[in-house]
Design a protein around this ligand. Structure first.
Ligand code: F0G
Length: 451
């Protein structure tokens, strides 16, 4: 018997197609919009395929003690909610997911919030949330017999894709904007054996080139327009709900780049609610960098009905994206959950990242927009002190060590960016000292910074 129960539904015109019938660019042949995976059996209340909430909660917890590879994955542990493969045995896993939900006691105290958590998706095998999506979509590629997979990337997708492709024995092609991705991420694509092409353009330019290539070549596209990516990326919603004893947070705050992850997490919570596993949805808010904020502009100018691409500039290179593919999906999730969309400055991102670091939770700059955004939401009165908030930290701090070192050395931010934030920035900066190789000199340095 096949494990596969899915079909694809166009988010624009509602057209439904079988999974293998999707075009290579995953756009609807009727209206050009993107697809999402749906499971028709679940919607019929009496349907035999409708999962039973109590049994599922028990089963997923039991699997945490299992030694089976599939059960040890924080994605495939929830496989009843992502029946996208003909056979679960075809899943390519690196034991992704099962990431920690940390408390943030100092930030919570400063912000006057009782319950503040960070879901650290940087604690995945390749150091970003992309692994949860890649295990799902790459398994589909492998099962359908593709030999090559490809993506355009600001770095993390390519690292994840290259690793999972290597694991599956597939070849991978990476298109990245030259000089615009962090070294940590580039090094991963190389190490995992991808054919890496640095193009003289930005991320949006790489997407265009790749769209042309997959039209003519039998190469499986693994950008987040691929709806199977989102099936994996919805599973942190299950982990969060499980960790909170099947309650949901009041707020979920997510960075916005190509704008797929916010909708994936929204889909995860929506399915939990539809299946009776949780009672409601969190408000989902998306935070962009000020210099790469097409969605913020779209809400300001047209309530999210149109998006005008921008030329993107931010040091948070993961979200340096001006023409996000999944913006309509993000609009829908923000509107459906009564969330917000806002942007934060380069200085606010740098400060928030150092504050997270000072709590022992490093992350990459793009992830820190969540804390910077929460500060704004809190000061605007949009988050109440008694509410539960979860920040989604998307990438590991070692992805972009240059950014961190530059911040602490005082070479990251320009004078005009620091103006007005001098005290805050100085209090967070921790440069390394050149010290004589003697105990006395080391102790003197230590005592000089004991405050
Ligand atoms: N955070 C990190 C660390 C990312 O790498 C990305 C996207 C995002 C946030 C934004 O997520 O695109 O779903 O809104 N990185 C992509 C890449 C685009 O190629 O690695 P999104």
């Amino acid at each position: 018997m096949s494990d596969n129960l899915h079909q694809l539904r166009c988010c624009g015109c509602g057209a439904r197609i079988a999974g293998p019938d999707a075009l290579p660019n995953f756009r609807c042949a009727e209206c050009g919009d993107l697809f999402e995976v749906e499971y028709p059996g679940w919607t019929l209340r009496q349907g035999t395929n409708r999962p039973n909430p109590g049994a599922l909660k028990w089963l997923w917890r039991e699997r945490r003690c299992s030694s089976e590879a599939l059960d040890q994955s924080g994605v495939w542990r929830f496989r009843e909610l992502l029946p996208i493969l003909e056979n679960y045995g075809n899943a390519i896993s690196l034991r992704e997911g099962n990431t920690p939900l940390y408390t943030l006691p100092r930030a919570a105290r400063r912000l006057g919030i009782d319950q503040l958590f960070a879901k650290h998706q940087g604690m995945n095998p390749t150091g970003s949330f992309k692994d949860t999506g890649m295990t799902a979509a790459l398994s589909v590629a492998k099962e359908r017999g593709f030999e090559w997979v490809a993506c355009a990337s600001t770095g993390n997708t390519s690292a994840a894709m290259a690793a999972y492709a290597a694991r599956a024995g597939l070849r991978s092609l990476v298109l990245i904007p030259e000089g615009k991705i962090a070294w940590g991420k580039l090094s991963q694509a190389m190490d995992y054996g991808a054919v890496t092409c640095q193009l003289k353009t930005d991320f949006d330019g790489c997407v265009k080139v790749l769209a042309e290539i997959v039209r003519h070549e039998p190469i499986y596209l693994l950008n987040s327009v691929n709806p199977y990516r989102l099936e994996g990326q919805k599973t942190p919603a299950f982990e969060i709900a499980e960790a909170l004893e099947w309650t949901v947070p009041d707020h979920l705050i997510v960075p916005g780049g190509n704008l797929a992850n916010s909708s994936a997490l929204g889909k995860g919570f929506r399915e939990l609610r539809e299946l009776g596993l949780v009672a409601r949805m969190p408000r989902i808010s998306v935070i962009q960098a000020e210099g790469a904020n097409p969605l913020v502009r779209s809400f300001a100018s047209s309530h999210g009905s149109e998006l005008v691409p921008v030329e993107a500039h931010t040091r948070a290179s993961a979200i340096r994206i001006g023409n996000p593919a999944s913006w309509r999906k993000a609009v829908r999730v923000i509107q459906d959950t009564d969330g917000w969309c806002l942007d934060v400055t380069e200085t606010e991102i740098a400060i928030a990242k150092a504050e997270l670091g000072a709590e022992g939770l490093g992350c990459e700059p793009a992830s820190a927009v969540t804390l910077a955004g929460l500060k704004k939401l809190r000061s605007d009165g949009k988050v109440a002190s008694g509410e539960t908030v979860v920040l989604v930290l998307t990438g590991h701090t070692l992805k972009d060590a240059d950014y961190t070192i530059d911040f602490h050395r005082g070479t990251l931010l320009k004078e005009e960016e620091i103006a007005g934030h001098e005290t805050e920035v100085e209090a967070l900066q921790r440069n390394a000292f050149a010290v004589d190789a003697s105990p006395a000199a080391v102790l003197a340095t230590m005592r000089g910074h004991a405050g």
